[in-house]
Design a protein around this ligand. Structure first.
Ligand SMILES: [Zn+2]
Length: 331
């Protein structure tokens, strides 16, 4: 199996290749850590392989091309993504730095004659972070791709893509991984310290291995125990919950983006806790309260994502959770 849990993607590409209908631009969307980049590289490897049939989605593994792919330095594969500490893809990654405009960068390199394979492939990760200006630079390449060129853009959802990009790409949706698969990988790769931890994380990770890795972090796991303890009290102490969550986000760094990400992760783990409770007890009297709490967490996560004041969001969120709880006893 090339890719666990994504049979529909593998089948679709097998058909596309067999029918000789490969488009020039694809947009892969889905949760982080479900194999989008892995599959993009596999597709490039299959297209580059000097021995296998170009209409098949497989590679021999030992021709010169396959060996270069395995070593991570095939000259016809161009890969770019978010640079360290940057929040969006940069113009210069596509059209070269100011002093070398249009003489470097992905758009330039993709138009060069392939060195070894019959075509060049570009994989653009973090497509969610395109600015309008940068996306416009890619426009010409998307509309008139160099002969044989293949562009694969990778993002988390279709809704997060700029219309310029979305309208010019064939979209492929990757599914969340089954939780037993996530559990297995967490144990195999020793990301989780014990089978019970792997099981708990897999239940909470929403089928995303990136999220599972994030949750396995010691500080987040400690936060989860602390939050779960607060949430299991007969009367929820909203101030204590907000304080604990706020502290956690402050500890994530000095900059706003990591703090916001930490806050979203903290609220998300409470949401998953409610979801799990709801799943194990769907008909209980508390079900409507749990559903309201899940909605409240989702709206708080969205508010943080949209740059609302984090401390206010956190306190209002915790207060509303506590209110919902009082409603359980007094319907
Ligand atoms: Zn090969």
């Amino acid at each position: 199996m090339i890719l666990d849990g994504q049979d529909h993607v593998v089948d679709r590409f097998s058909q596309i290749l067999a029918g000789g209908r490969l488009a020039s631009t694809y947009l892969f969307v889905g949760p982080g850590g479900v194999g989008k980049r892995l599959f993009a590289r596999h597709l490039a490897k299959a297209l580059f392989c000097l021995r296998t049939d170009p209409t098949a989605l497989d590679a021999c593994g030992d021709c010169q091309s396959c060996l270069l792919m395995a070593a991570g330095n095939h000259p016809d594969l161009l890969e770019i993504g978010l640079r360290k500490e940057k929040r969006s893809l940069l113009l210069e990654q596509f059209i070269g730095p100011k002093e070398r405009r249009f003489r470097e960068g992905l758009c330039h390199d993709l138009a060069l004659k392939p060195s070894l394979a019959s075509r060049r492939v570009a994989i653009i990760d973090h497509a969610d972070t395109f600015s309008a200006e940068t996306a416009n630079c890619l426009l010409k390449t998307l509309e008139e791709p160099p002969p044989g060129a293949l562009l694969i853009l990778i993002g988390t959802s279709e809704a997060r893509q700029l219309p310029t990009i979305r309208s010019r790409a064939q979209v492929l949706r990757f599914s969340p991984l089954p939780s037993n698969k996530v559990e297995q990988i967490l144990l195999e790769q020793k990301i989780a310290g014990s089978p019970s931890m792997a099981h708990d994380i897999a239940q909470l990770a929403g089928g995303s291995l990136d999220q599972a890795r994030e949750m396995a972090r010691e500080d987040l796991w400690e936060l989860r125990s602390a939050c779960l303890q607060l949430l299991s009290q007969p009367a929820l102490d909203s101030v204590a919950l907000a304080t604990r969550v706020h502290e956690f986000s402050q500890n994530a760094g000095k900059e706003a983006p990591p703090r916001r990400a930490a806050l979203i992760a903290a609220i998300g783990l409470c949401r998953e806790h409610f979801r799990q409770q709801l799943r194990s007890n769907p008909d209980s009297a508390a079900a409507s309260v749990l559903m309201a709490r899940i909605d409240r967490c989702l709206s708080a996560e969205q508010q943080v994502d949209r740059n609302a004041h984090p401390q206010t969001v956190t306190q209002c969120w915790a207060d509303d959770l506590a209110k919902g709880e009082r409603g359980v006893g007094h319907p």
